[in-house]
Every structure is written in C-alpha cells, then in structure tokens.
Design a protein around this ligand. Sequence first.
Ligand SMILES: C[S@@+](CC[C@H](N)C(=O)[O-])C[C@H]1O[C@@H](n2cnc3c(N)ncnc32)[C@H](O)[C@@H]1O
Length: 464
Amino acid sequence: MSQNSGRPSGKPPRAPAAKPRPSARQSRPKTDASDGMESDIGIAARVAAITLVEAALEKRSGFDEAAASADFLKLSETERAFAGALALLVLRRLGQLDHVIHKKTQKMPPEAVRQLLRIGMAQIFFMQVPDFAAVSTTVKIAERENKTRPFKGLINAILRGLIRDGKLSDVNPKRLVPDWLWQRWVQTYGEENAAGMASVLTEEPATDLSFRNPTDRDGLAEALQGEAVGPVNLRSSLRGDLRQWADYDAGKWWVQDIAAATPVNLLGDLNGKTALDVCAAPGGKTLQLIAKGAQTVAIDRSKNRLKRVEDNLKRIGMSAEIHNADASTFDDPRAFDVVLVDAPCSATGTYRRQPDVLWATRPADVAKLADVQHRLLDALAPRVKPGGDFLYCTCSLEREEGETQILAFLRRNKDFTLVKHTADQHPDIPAASFAPEGWLRLLPHQRKGGQDGFFVAHLKRNPA
Ligand SMILES: C[S@@+](CC[C@H](N)C(=O)[O-])C[C@H]1O[C@@H](n2cnc3c(N)ncnc32)[C@H](O)[C@@H]1O
C-alpha cells in the first residue's frame, strides 16, 4: 500500500489523503538554524526511535504498529516527532551506517549495539543535534542494559572518532538498499538507473499536493512555497504541521505524491461520467476522480482506512458512494465509465517516504501480491463499460506487479486494448517514464527532487 496510517508526525495532520512521515527537517537538521531544542529531548525519544527501527526491520507493518503502540503514544508530541524522524533517517541510511560500523569495528558488534551506533551517527551527521548530546544520550542508553553496557566505551570511542573525522565516507549507492533488491533493480533497470534509484534515499522528500483545480493551485503557490509539478499539482517546500498551511481547512488541496497523482491525471474531463475506485483508501485518487467531475463509487476492504476516505472527503467538501468490501467479490451489477484499480502491492516504490519497505519486504511478498492483483484485475474488468477506461496502477518497482501483470491480463482479455501515452502528450511527466508499449514506469530518480516509483497502465474496453 502506498500510504500507511499511524505514522508519528510533528502534529499529526487530521486528514491529508496521504500522511507524510515526520521529516528530519521538522526536527531541525544541520542545515537549519538550531534553537537548541534537541537538548531538551531526552532518552525516552531516542529509545523510542530504536524501538521503531527494530520493529521496522522485523516485519512489514512493524513501523506502523510500533508507532501506534500505547508506549509510543505516551510520549509527548515533540518526542514522537523526534523519534519518528530519527528512526526514518536511520532506515533511509541503514546500509551506509552499517558500512561505517563495519569499517570501524574488527568484529560486527551485536544488533543492540549496532542500533545504538546507528541512532548516534544519524543524529550527528543528519540532524541538528549537538554532537555532545548525541554521544552522551547514546552512551547513557548503552549503560541501561546488560547486553550493551560492556560496549559503552566502544560506542563512545566510535562516535567521538567520527565527529573528529568530520563526515561520513561517501556512500556507494549500492550500499543504500538490501543486496537482493539491488540485484533486482540492476537486472530490471540497469546499473545506472539502480544507482539513481538508490541515491534518492539521501534526499529528504518534499511534500506534493493535489488541488481541486489549477486556479487554486496557482493562487496558493506562493503561500505554500511550491512549484507546479503537474496539471493540478504543487511541490511544496514547507515542513511541519500541515493543518497550519494555507487553506488546509478550506479543503483546497490534499497530500499526494506526484507519481501517485499521475494515473488519474492521465484522464480527461469526467463530467457526466461514473467512476469506480476500488482499493480507494485513504482516498487520494477518489478525490482526483471527483475533482474531474466523476460521480464516484469508492470501495476498500479496510474499514479503518475507509474512515480516512470519509474524513478526506469531508474536509475537501466532496462526496462519494462508499462501500467497505472486498473488491474481488463485491457483488454489484453496475458498469462504469472509469474503473481504477490502485492495487495492494509490495510498495517498494514508496521507499523515499517509507524506507522500512526496503528492509522488511521479502521476494515472496511480491509473488503473493501479484496473485491478488491478478484476481482484482479479472474481477473488475466486467465492471468497465464498453468503450470505458480501465486504469491499473501500483506503487511497486517490481515487474511482476506491473508490466508482467498487464501483459498477462491483455492475453486473457481480448476485449481490452492498451492506450498508448507518450511524452509529447504529457509535458509535465518526465519523458523517461514513458515505455514504448504505452504504459508508464515512473522511477524515483526520473524527476528532480524524486517521486514515488509507480507503474501505470491505461486500458480501454473495446466498444460494444
Ligand atoms: C495502494 S492502497 C490504495 C491507495 C488509494 N488508492 C489512494 O490513492 O489513496 C491499496 C488499498 O487497497 C485496499 N485493498 C487491498 N485488498 C483489497 C480488496 N481485495 N478489495 C478492496 N480493497 C482492497 C487496502 O486496504 C488499501 O487501502
């Protein structure tokens, strides 16, 4: 899934379509003016960051579950924001940090010690935390446990040595992602693309917004410190609490990565048309379909996530027919002008904002999800009116969830044809993202400042 719930953030925004993760800049990285606030953030927030990292490495939903746990929620808002930002930085730089640890130790220390070194280094090199605070809090945490106490001298020496060195050694992009994924990326996209894809991990993503209409977008560009990145989309350089941003309450925009906005942006005016958005939560694409004029039915299997669709619709002032159901068995005889399947997937394309997907995804997950996508495509195809549009997309970088899936669908369903989109028709989309076949393969490094990795295929059902 491209957007997760329950992520800690500075002040959790109530209802963006996508909840942005806490940003390190929110917690004042070295590049920002420091007000010394980190000195007030103590041991609890750092221990919480370690818990988040451990949970993220253990299983796919680990980060979100840990961030929603009672222990985490007991922390103050500032502590949660700091812990979330620190954990995400560690996950974004994990390969690089572990490489440094490897170089600085003769024998790889136990995992608990590595966690401490990782959070210490991330604070020193990537956050606006005074060096002394980063070292002393890390050593204090080491003192608390039998398994880490014997290593406190080593931790102290390594961190101080790195501060003296002044900077981390340059990172080989290959080290930023797990080896199996690197091999897959090289095999699928070539070494140069793989290196570009890995390198975006070192940049903190900006926040992309989608608007109801271009006039609102242009009118708010200055207040939101943004630049246009699509027909109704803005890339904002603002950080912090979204609810304080211009016209949040007026519901003129919602958070949506530009790549996630691309599938619906491909469609023309939908006034007078009907749309079925299955796999709709948290609702970014539902809002886009309605903004284009479609009378929209939104379905999602998750009741909790569907609540976010309702919240988003309410804030933006839109309405849709909503059903909590499994779309592959949803019994509804209606056919629609547009059917959108934004299928559940490995979400490997979202690693800029959700770096835990890199470390918690396993090759077997991809195969399992490809089966689900196959079922959804076959179940929803009959819901497309003759001559209607069938949009399929995933925020995955794996071919099994994109190209292979669509080629197999077209072999099974002679009633559908692929619509060929080209760079000339869409000057807002990086030319490199258009495949000769006509589908889009959006890679994270193809846009300045990055974008989520996405696959988009636009099919048409043949007229009756
Ligand atoms: C990639 S997310 C959708 C993001 C959403 N389209 C947006 O733009 O905000 C996938 C969604 O599919 C839902 N889902 C997974 N399997 C489903 C099924 N069989 N039927 C309906 N929804 C499903 C998940 O609950 C999740 O909310």
